[in-house]
Ligand binder design. Structure first.
Ligand code: CP
Ligand code: NVA
Length: 326
């Protein structure tokens, strides 16, 4: 999302790139994935590349995190950047300072903000009042960085995205599900959302995805879990049944999803070469059993690592830093 800046201190008007949802990078997905692969190849485990030196990333967490926090911090430091981590309740935001004022102040110190928020409204408010790029590290509607990592993982594994058939099984109305639903048509993948009727994608998301699928000539549909629903599928994706913020519905959700556990038998309904993705953390015995997540079809560990490489490429994109060609 390119935003015209209205903050008087930022005159003359310029534009900045926020990434609040996956559609904000719709046009740059191929470049981000290519840059991520280049960085992964160039840097390996311990390499560094000093292209972000002088830049500081701030990260605000309203919710817990392991992967997002560590992968952003380690990744930006590998590029020579500095990182400041803020847990909301340890900042003045936690004592009621407005998002508006926080955005204006942080924009004076930082070059970009990664924000993990409860609500997409607060996410948008922070972006609106910041004169620097804001990247979502998840809110109640979307998790764009996760889905960029999923695309990178599939591209690495299959050598292509175009033509892959993906089934998302579980809570199809959560943040990961929505970002994947919107991303699939953009990269030529067919997507099937497999969930109980009360947990289908939000209607607005579904409508947008249908439009994108029509434009890009891909298939989308939604159904319940069955042998047939996974027939011909190359990628089975799931996520927790109880996202952060949904804890009061825990018992009802566990009951509603009781028949949606990804077991080796469920995986066998997909293509024999099908792979399994999960953003993690996993809840073994609920959305997936341990033997699938740790089994031969699982790409979840590459997927977790790829959060770092793809976010490094994303940060370069929003900050206008050039990733050298390999
Ligand atoms: N997948 C993911 O976002 O993990 P964290 O909650 O640990 O950041
Ligand atoms: N849907 C999950 C993703 C966690 C990374 C949640 O929001 O809790």
């Amino acid at each position: 999302m390119k935003q015209a800046l209205i903050d008087p201190v930022s005159q003359p008007l310029e534009t900045k790139k926020d990434v609040l949802g996956i559609l904000d990078v719709a046009d740059s997905i191929p470049k981000i994935l290519d840059d991520a692969l280049t960085l992964k190849r160039l840097l390996g485990k311990n390499g560094r590349l000093d292209i972000a030196s002088g830049h500081t990333l701030g990260m605000i967490f309203e919710k817990n995190s392991t992967r997002t926090r560590v992968s952003f911090e380690v990744g930006f430091k590998k590029l020579g950047g500095e990182v400041v981590v803020m847990c909301k309740n340890e900042t003045q935001l936690g004592r009621g300072e407005s998002v508006h004022d926080t955005a204006k102040v942080l924009s004076r110190y930082l070059d970009a903000i990664m924000y993990r928020a409860h609500s997409s409204e607060t996410m948008a408010e922070l972006a609106r009042h910041s004169s620097i790029p804001v990247i979502s590290g998840l809110d109640d509607k979307e998790h764009p960085c996760q889905v960029l990592a999923d695309l990178l993982t599939l591209k690495e594994h299959f050598g292509r995205l175009d033509g892959l058939k993906v089934a998302y099984v579980g809570d199809a109305a959560n943040n990961v599900a929505h970002s994947l639903l919107l991303a699939a048509p953009l990269v030529g993948m067919d997507i099937r959302m497999v969930s109980p009727p009360d947990y289908r994608p939000e209607p607005g998301m579904w409508k947008t995805a249908e439009m994108l699928a029509a434009v890009n000539g891909t298939d989308i549909d939604q159904t319940g879990l069955s042998h047939e629903a996974l027939s011909g599928v190359h990628v089975v994706v799931t996520d927790t049944w109880v996202s952060m913020g949904d804890e009061t519905e825990q018992a009802a959700r566990v009951a509603a999803f009781a028949d949606y556990t990804i077991t080796p038998e469920v995986m066998s309904w997909a293509e024999p070469s099908a792979v399994f993705l999960h953003c993690l953390p996993a809840h073994y015995g609920e959305e997936v059993v341990e033997s699938v997540a740790h089994g031969p079809q699982s790409l979840v560990w590459d997927e977790a690592e790829n959060r770092m490489w793809v976010q490094m490429a994303l940060l370069c994109d929003v900050l206008g830093l050039t990733v050298p060609r390999a």
